[in-house]
Design a binder for this molecule. Sequence first.
Ligand SMILES: Nc1nc2c([nH]c(=O)n2[C@H]2C[C@H](O)[C@@H](COP(=O)(O)OP(=O)(O)OP(=O)(O)O)O2)c(=O)[nH]1
Length: 145
Amino acid sequence: MRTERANGGGQAERRDLRVIVGAAIIRDGRVLACARSAPPEVAGMWEFPGGKVEPGESETAALARECAEELAVRVEIGDRVGRNVRMAHGRSVLKVYAARLLHGDQPKALEHSALRWLSADELDSVTWLPADAPIVAALRPMLST
Ligand SMILES: Nc1nc2c([nH]c(=O)n2[C@H]2C[C@H](O)[C@@H](COP(=O)(O)OP(=O)(O)OP(=O)(O)O)O2)c(=O)[nH]1
């Protein structure tokens, strides 16, 4: 039988659901997009920095950890961007949060093949991972032109 629990929003969520968090890091009206370097099926496609939330880890802690590991930056996590996006036949969910860089840190592509700061007009200039489409749409009005 499927085990369910109430999450903060009061909705039922599967206990075995894998949560993947992403950071929409915004600076001067642009968002940081990152090109995946692996695996081969998605290499060259663009995403928000982030990754899987580890057991017992909060979503914001996971984001801070992933941004440090992938980009060598410290971030402040803000509001959610867009909705929960179900992936992998419903076994995982992508949640993206707005974020800003702290202490003047400059992102370095430690795990990605490229980084780009995109304005609202440039959001469609890269090929995002398919699950990111509704997030990118929600992000557009948040980037000043
Ligand atoms: N980080 C990130 N992952 C995304 C996005 N969109 C999207 O579909 N994904 C998918 C790609 C992967 O299947 C999964 C994230 O897994 P990952 O392999 O990057 O996670 P991780 O850093 O924890 O990796 P690992 O420790 O397991 O190697 O979520 C996005 O915008 N950001």
